[in-house]
Design a protein around this ligand. Structure first.
Ligand SMILES: CC(C)(COP(=O)(O)OP(=O)(O)OC[C@H]1O[C@@H](n2cnc3c(N)ncnc32)[C@H](O)[C@@H]1OP(=O)(O)O)[C@@H](O)C(=O)NCCC(=O)NCCS
Length: 176
């Protein structure tokens, strides 16, 4: 089994489109969008360009943006999850978003993929020299907080983030 994080690519268009379709219009955490994703070629082309732009640490980013790796978790040629790794935190990320966001396609949940994705995201964080990583999740998201706690996450706080689009939100730090 080869499981890895890769940048968005047309090579896995069919698998990406199937994965996106499974979310059935829901916002996909870690997909690099603020809205539901349409699984068509134009959307993927735009995503590839966005991922290239946000990962290019030699280029200046627009005000407020941070360097951000948008990854797909691919297992044996199948896109099974999405992961977004933010190199630094801006105000919104410090309060609500954290360094790492992820989502596993519905048909592949409870098979260890969030655990694998987070482990690979942490490797990437180590690679760029971070000492610790902030990961957040809704207070009632059992699957996500177990994933974070299993990776060594220490709870900092639970706060009301209604204004930032969440309800009660947990913030965890993972020391690398
Ligand atoms: C939350 C989510 C990422 C979990 O992904 P997953 O691949 O199913 O997680 P894993 O298989 O790696 O499981 C990790 C741990 O969570 C537990 N878990 C996962 N889903 C669970 C659920 N629905 N209820 C209870 N426990 C759950 C697993 O048992 C495992 O814990 P354990 O090893 O202590 O038994 C996935 O459900 C998802 O993508 N949800 C929608 C998007 C989202 O919430 N993203 C996170 C935003 S912070």
């Amino acid at each position: 089994m080869t499981i890895e994080l890769i940048s968005p690519t047309t090579d896995f268009f069919d698998s990406w489109a199937e994965a996106v379709a499974e979310f059935d219009g829901d916002h996909i955490d870690g997909s690099g969008t603020q809205a539901p994703v349409t699984p068509d070629r134009a959307t993927l082309d735009a995503l590839i360009e966005k991922a290239r732009m946000l990962a290019d640490t030699s280029a200046e980013l627009p005000e407020g943006a941070v360097y951000n790796d948008l990854y797909w978790l691919v297992d044996d040629g199948e896109v099974v999850a999405f992961l977004s790794f933010r190199h630094t935190l801006n105000e919104w990320l410090r309060e609500a978003g954290g360094h790492i966001g992820y989502a596993v396609r519905p048909s592949r949940r409870r098979q260890g993929y969030a655990t694998a994705a987070l482990a690979l995201g942490l490797e990437r964080a180590r690679e760029i020299g971070l000492d610790r990583v902030l990961v957040t999740c809704d207070d009632d998201n059992v699957g996500s907080y177990r994933t974070i706690e299993n990776a060594g996450g220490v709870l900092q706080d639970v706060s009301d983030q209604t204004e930032r689009g969440h309800a009660l939100l947990r913030r965890y730090w993972i020391t690398l």
